[in-house]
Design a protein around this ligand. Structure first.
Ligand code: GLU
Length: 479
């Protein structure tokens, strides 16, 4: 079997975000599943829209996620040509000139105003989708020696059916009647996307093109160019939209989700978790489970299992997947990871005993969805407690008695260990004949100023005896 070759072809008009990551990741999985090549090509011919730093962002974040290209402009293979379109402008122009020679394309001298006038006329005549009226093709003899600036237009074959056998959507038919002669090289001599993309995919021997559904309408134009160049087209697959909770296409403006990969990195999401989560956007495995490593995904990837309906970006699911990946981390690795997210302006952790700090961090290993959330728990250990109101206490009649008893026993503990604290709590329960929530809740609130948290005896141990007693006294003093 021929080696599969897939590519991710970002335009450097922005940074790596959830949408284009999904495209990169699926092309990567497809290529790796079939032991093929994954290529990154930069489509940078729309100079005005290029953004500084976009290419770096694409590569840096893909690298972080573990989406490693086999080839790119950083790792080129000569026979496949340049990996950046801005370096191929002459080539595109030469091929367009060849198409002109064969009457498959032509020079168009129409100005913007003339095009607009023709469009308006068609609209006035009730033509719903106006197209270029072929003025410059019809008058090509007369215009032969014209010295004005020109675009090069592709001459769309008349009334011909083009069929895309889409890997995801099945057969999609287009009639060329619906498509006007489109520009392949602009007057500034720069090729347009639909033209350059085909030449590159041919040069790079791309076998499969997996991309977003916004490119479906471009596909018949690209098929025409393959035909004009006498080349076979790759297999196309158009993935469905990723939508937000309002069912709109996920974007920078989507309410509850972050959009750019760097934002997730800053919050303390793990690359394994994002990789795992994004692989399930518009694709699903046979198995019911949801936690998969990159290696698992490469193995189980199946190009027949893309979804035909839009996939909703569920931030709750991402948080859950991330928490699962955090739990799987080895303790030392987790501690090193989460430490990086401590707000150093607020918590000067470097001056503290590191064993103590590591234990605190480990205590929350099972509680966090992502790294930066650690800061929600540190006041308890680092600062002075801000007393809060706890309505639950109103429903526990003798909570003060419980707390007082606990305090008295706590004072008497000589060896302040989690074990001894645990025994003390049990003894309070026995003495007052209570258990469960009526026992634990007052003690937890009074000692930690939180209603919930990890194992109580361990938290109290790490807060320390003196501070715990201070916390208890300040709650009692205020009630
Ligand atoms: N440069 C195009 C984009 O960013 C890629 C389209 C394609 O994959 O053909 O949308």
């Amino acid at each position: 079997m021929k080696k599969v070759r897939l590519r991710y072809a970002p335009s450097p008009t922005g940074f790596l975000h959830i949408g284009n990551t999904r495209t990169a990741l699926m092309n990567y999985l497809f290529a790796k599943h079939y032991e093929g090549d994954f290529i990154v090509r930069i489509e940078d011919t729309d100079f005005e829209r290029n953004v500084d730093g976009a290419i770096e962002s694409q590569f840096e974040n893909m690298d972080w996620l573990g989406i490693f290209p086999d080839e790119s402009f950083l790792k080129p293979i000569e026979k496949y040509g340049e990996y950046m379109q801005s370096k191929k402008l002459d080539k595109y122009l030469n091929i367009a000139d060849l198409l002109i020679e064969k009457d498959l394309a032509y020079k168009c001298y129409c100005t913007k105003e003339e095009l607009e006038e023709s469009r308006q006329k068609q609209l006035d005549n009730n033509i719903q989708a106006p197209r270029y009226d072929r003025h410059c093709w019809i008058n090509r003899e007369k215009l032969k020696d014209c010295k004005k600036e020109y675009n090069i237009r592709f001459k769309v074959p008349d009334n011909k059916e083009y069929i895309v056998n889409d890997l995801i959507r099945g057969e999609i038919k287009f009639n060329s009647k619906e498509i006007g002669d489109f520009v392949i090289v602009k007057s500034n001599k720069i090729a347009t996307y639909n033209f350059a993309v085909v030449i590159d995919d041919i040069d790079m021997q791309i076998t499969h093109v997996l991309r977003g559904e916004e490119h479906i309408s471009n596909t018949p134009k690209q098929l025409m160019i393959y035909e004009a160049l006498n080349e076979k087209e790759p297999v196309f697959g158009h993935m469905t939209l990723i939508v937000d909770e309002t069912k709109k296409k996920l974007s920078k403006r989507s309410g509850n989700e972050l959009f750019f990969i760097t934002e997730y990195r800053k919050k303390g999401y793990l690359p394994e978790a994002l990789f795992n989560f994004i692989s399930l956007l518009g694709w699903s495995p046979k198995e019911e489970k949801e936690i998969f490593s990159k290696e698992d995904l490469v193995k189980i990837f199946d190009d027949k299992r893309f979804s035909k309906s839009p996939s909703t970006f569920d931030i709750g699911k991402l948080k859950w997947i991330n928490s699962q990946w955090m739990k799987k981390m080895d303790d030392q690795k987790y501690v090193n990871f989460v430490k990086k997210f401590i707000d150093v302006k607020k918590y000067d952790y470097l001056t503290k005993d590191s064993e103590w700090l590591n234990e605190i961090l480990l205590l929350y290993k099972k509680e966090l969805d992502y790294g930066i959330q650690i800061n929600d728990h540190l006041d308890l250990f680092f600062g002075d407690n801000q007393l809060k109101q706890f309505d639950v206490l109103k429903n526990i009649d003798n909570w003060k008695e419980v707390v007082n008893e606990f305090k008295n026993m706590l004072v008497a503990i000589e060896d302040f260990t989690s074990e001894n604290i645990k025994t003390t709590i049990t003894e309070v329960g026995k003495k007052l004949s209570i258990k469960g929530m009526s026992l634990f809740m007052p003690i937890r609130i009074a000692s930690t100023n939180y209603e919930h948290g990890p194992e109580l005896a361990k938290v109290i141990n790490l807060i320390g005896k003196e501070k715990t007693i201070k916390n208890i006294e300040s709650l009692l003093g205020n009630n």
